[in-house]
Design a protein around this ligand. Structure first.
Ligand SMILES: [Zn+2]
Length: 257
C-alpha cells in the first residue's frame, strides 16, 4: 500500500522536530494510526488547525516504512463548540485517552474499527450538544458502555454471573469481571461495589441503548448519579486495560520467532 485515504479523528499530537508533529488518529478503516504532519507548526501550513486533537478529517497518507506522512486533510467536523466549555473538553479528552490506551495499532478487524469510529464520532457530537454537566458525563457513560462492548469486554448488569437469574434489589458489582452477583451467590465474592436497584436499572437501560439514542434518563440525570456511574466504569476500564496490556506483554515475550 503506497498511499491511502481514510476518515480519522485526531487523538493526540506530539512534536517530532522544530516544524513537524506526529499525530495519533483513530481511523475508520485501520483503527489507531500514526502519521507525520510535516511543517504543521509553520503558520502557512496547509494542514494547520486540522491536525489538532479532536478534529475529524478525511486524511490522505503516504505509506513509509516507519511512519506514514499525512499529505492532505479535509475537515469533516472540527467539534469547535466543545472546546469552549471546560467540562465538555475534559470529558472529550477522557474519551480520546480511553481510545489511545485501549485500542491496538492498525487493527485488522475493519468492522470493529468502523463501529468504534462511529461510537467515538457520535459521542463527541453528544458531548458538544449536551446541556449541563450531568448530561456531559452521561455522554461519557454511554461511551464507556458501548466501547467496552465493542472491544469484547461488555458489562453485565441484568443477570447474575453465577446463576444467570435476574435478581431484584441491591446486587454486588465486581470490577474484576464487569458483572453482577446476586445475594444468593455472593459468598466468597471480593472486590465488589454494592449496586442499588435504581442505579442498576439505569445502567441496564444505557447498556442496551445505542449512544445516539435518548433514554428516559437523559432529562433526569443529576451530577451525583452521573459521577458515581462514570467513576465506577472508569475503574473497570482501567483495571481491564492493565490486564490487557499485561497479557500483550506476556504474548510478546513468549512469541516464537
Ligand atoms: Zn446468582
Amino acid at each position: 500500500m503506497d498511499s491511502y485515504t481514510t476518515d480519522a479523528i485526531n487523538i493526540k499530537t506530539y512534536p517530532l522536530s522544530e516544524n513537524d508533529n506526529i499525530v495519533i488518529m483513530f481511523s475508520k478503516d485501520m483503527g489507531l494510526i500514526r502519521g507525520i504532519a510535516k511543517g504543521v507548526k509553520n503558520p502557512k501550513s496547509k494542514l494547520g488547525a486540522r491536525m489538532q486533537a479532536l478534529v475529524a478529517n478525511r486524511v490522505f497518507l503516504n505509506s513509509k516504512r516507519n511512519l506514514d506522512i499525512i499529505k492532505e486533510a479535509s475537515a469533516i467536523n472540527p467539534f469547535n463548540k466543545l472546546r469552549y466549555n471546560l467540562d465538555k473538553l475534559t470529558t472529550a479528552c477522557y474519551v480520546l485517552e480511553v481510545i489511545n490506551t485501549f485500542c491496538n495499532d492498525e487493527n485488522k478487524d475493519k468492522e470493529q474499527n468502523e463501529a468504534i469510529y462511529e461510537v467515538l464520532y457520535k459521542t463527541l457530537e453528544n458531548i458538544q450538544n449536551s446541556k449541563n454537566k450531568a448530561q456531559t458525563t452521561l455522554c461519557a457513560i454511554k461511551f464507556q458502555l458501548a466501547f467496552m462492548k465493542l472491544s469484547g469486554f461488555g458489562l453485565e448488569f441484568e443477570r447474575c454471573l453465577k446463576c444467570s437469574k435476574k435478581p431484584e434489589g441491591t446486587v454486588l458489582f465486581s470490577l474484576e469481571t464487569g458483572g453482577i452477583t446476586c445475594c444468593d451467590c455472593s459468598s466468597g465474592t471480593t472486590n465488589y461495589t454494592r449496586l442499588h436497584e435504581k442505579l442498576r436499572d439505569f445502567l441496564v437501560t444505557l447498556n442496551k441503548t445505542p449512544v445516539d439514542k435518548e433514554t428516559k434518563y437523559d432529562s433526569l440525570i443529576n451530577d451525583k448519579v452521573a459521577d458515581g456511574c462514570f467513576n465506577l466504569l472508569k475503574k473497570y476500564i482501567e483495571l481491564t486495560s492493565s490486564k490487557k496490556s499485561k497479557a500483550a506483554i506476556i504474548m510478546e515475550a513468549t512469541k516464537v520467532s
